[in-house]
Design a protein around this ligand. Structure first.
Ligand code: PEP
Ligand code: MG
Length: 543
């Protein structure tokens, strides 16, 4: 048995088998082979497997995001059959007597290079597609022997680190827990794990990966940050009991479903849930959240290799609104940049990405991307109670530009006879010190504020949220943060807006009473914390 300790980011326990996360871009070696026919047979087999997988992905996407969103996988299937692509691979195998992996990788490089030189954004985007299908074929070449069918059931995903885009592309139904060697508690990967309602431990250190392979037994303790590889009987028994205890506690919390979020002295507060995608809705409903306080729409952009078009976005927003059946749904517009990167945005590498070209700055500089999202949002607004919220705002002029853009989109929709709701609420995130300090000026311009304590903390305390070394310096209870939250809530109320918190601090139950005393109207937390927070609120006495 091996034991390692990292930081727990979602309090729960899992016992299961490991699946070591394999990055598709695994380096490909050039190997001399003599039997080129055999190599071509291996290739044909890997292509067949790739097409089979893509068919399954297409079916899944069709159900989740509709026809338009699923189409890309159809295109990928066609690309695998493309004559020029296949001729190039065959030629390389035959003339250079090399392995199929190498021939596919070289062809992918050549084709991607060719596509990216064409002065047409559609063709440029195909470069990412060619790399994607080639990586799939390469990984299937190295997984000969029908490995894919051996790992059924839910697995504990172990990796050195996971980028947000990698996390979203995991099959959520098959992930039992996460363990990573690196990562910080407020990173988006940690947040995604919380949204998925699964135990997660990060920052375990690289050594743990050396003792793992697919199928290894593991216990993950999201409370203490401990992980056990090949646990002995005593530890296993201890954790089986802990899981049993957790389940009993969960049952008690489920008894709070349908109850009000009201303190002993009668103060009520909304308890909403944060989500990263349509997949999280089941957890929201199961935990009886009063609404969705933050839908991080950027994950729609991260899961594909091209901009999600209006139709794909409309289908996702509509689905969330319909599933919430009239409860409030606050969708945040694209917050890409910093740690959330998608290749097709072609964002420059920056010295200080968190202080860089991200979120609303990208949207205001690229009206067509922004308008596509706003059109999809307004079109979906007729299917429920929508609030739209804008990230990383620092000034009144940004809010003016945002509102002008919303008006323009509504005018265009009206002109084309497309319906939208007149009651969409507009809000901004208060996640920069500037926004908190001038919240008296911003409040009259919006319907609500949602305080993003994750970024607010990093900017107020000058602590990069991606840097695990800074966790100990990142005092989330710092007086400066508390004062800015109080100023924001007071200013919202003075000018007729409501104020909530959607950063991770909303789930810090040692602060719930403080927030209620400040007069906070809403707290939005990962679905798994909703009932616990309701329980906490119901035990608080303010007067
Ligand atoms: C925040 O900054 O607190 C927030 C909710 O946004 P994100 O974590 O997605 O940056
Ligand atoms: Mg933020």
């Amino acid at each position: 048995m091996y034991k390692y300790v990292g930081k727990g980011v979602f309090k729960a326990v899992a016992i299961g088998k490991v699946s070591v996360f394999k990055r598709n871009e695994a380096s490909v070696k050039r190997v001399h082979i003599s039997d080129t026919e055999h190599e071509k047979e291996r290739l044909a087999c890997a292509k067949r497997r790739s097409i089979k997988q893509l068919k399954q992905i297409y079916e899944k996407a069709l159900k989740e995001v509709g026809e338009t969103g699923a189409q890309i996988f159809d295109v990928h299937m066609l690309m695998i059959e493309d004559d020029d692509y296949n001729e190039s691979i065959d030629n390389i195998i035959e003339t250079q007597h090399v392995n199929a992996e190498y021939a596919v990788a070289v062809t992918a490089d050549n084709f991607a290079e060719m596509f990216s030189q064409v002065d047409d954004s559609y063709m440029q985007a195909r470069a990412a597609d060619i790399r994607d299908i080639s990586n799939r074929i390469i990984s299937n070449l190295s997984e000969e022997g029908e490995q894919e069918s051996t790992s059924t059931g839910r697995m504990i995903v172990c990796a050195d680190d996971l980028a947000p885009s990698e996390t979203v592309s995991l099959d959520k139904e098959r992930v039992l827990a996460f363990v990573t060697a690196h990562g910080s508690t407020n990173s988006h990967t940690a947040i995604l794990a919380r949204n998925m309602n699964i135990p997660a431990v990060i920052g375990v250190g690289e050594e743990f990966l050396a003792n793992l392979s697919d199928g290894t037994e593991m216990i993950v303790d999201g409370y203490t940050g401990e992980i056990y590889i090949e646990p002995d009987c005593d530890i296993r028994k201890k954790y089986e009991e802990k899981m049993q205890e957790d389940n009993e506690k969960k049952e008690l919390l489920y008894a709070l479903k349908g109850k009000d979020n009201v303190t002993l002295c009668g103060t009520s507060v909304e308890v909403y849930a944060n989500i990263g995608g349509v997949d999280n809705i089941a957890a929201v409903l199961m935990n009886d959240a009063g609404g969705i306080g933050l839908f991080r729409s950027e994950f729609l952009y991260l899961e594909g290799d091209d901009y999600p078009d209006e139709e794909k976005q409309f289908n996702a927003y509509r689905k969330v609104l319909e599933s919430m059946a009239g409860k409030k749904v606050i969708i945040r517009t694209l917050d890409i940049g910093a740690d959330k990167q998608a290749d097709y945005f072609h964002l420059d590498k920056e010295e200080n990405p968190a202080l860089g070209f991200r979120a609303i700055r990208i949207c205001l500089s690229n009206p067509s991307i922004f308008k596509t999202q706003l059109r999809a949002l307004y079109r979906a607004s007729v299917y429920g109670r929508l609030g739209i919220m804008f990230p990383m705002v620092t000034s009144e002029s940004e809010v003016e530009r945002i509102k002008e853009m919303c008006e323009e989109v509504k005018r265009e929709l009206k002109g084309s006879g497309i319906e939208y709701s007149d009651t969409v609420e507009l809000g901004i995130m208060i996640e920069t010190p500037a926004a908190a300090i001038i919240s008296d000026r911003l409040a009259p311009m919006v319907d609500f504020f949602s305080i993003g304590t994750n970024d607010l903390t990093q900017y107020v305390l000058a602590c990069d949220r991606q840097n695990p070394k800074l966790d100990e310096f990142c005092d989330t209870h710092h007086e400066a943060i508390m004062r800015l939250i109080k100023i924001t809530v007071d200013n919202a109320h003075q000018y007729g807006a409501w104020a909530g918190i959607c950063g991770e601090l909303a789930a810090d139950m040692s602060l719930t009473e403080t927030f209620l005393r400040m007069g906070i109207d809403e707290l939005s937390v990962s679905p798994g914390y909703v009932l616990k927070l309701r329980d906490t609120i119901r035990h608080i006495k303010l007067i």
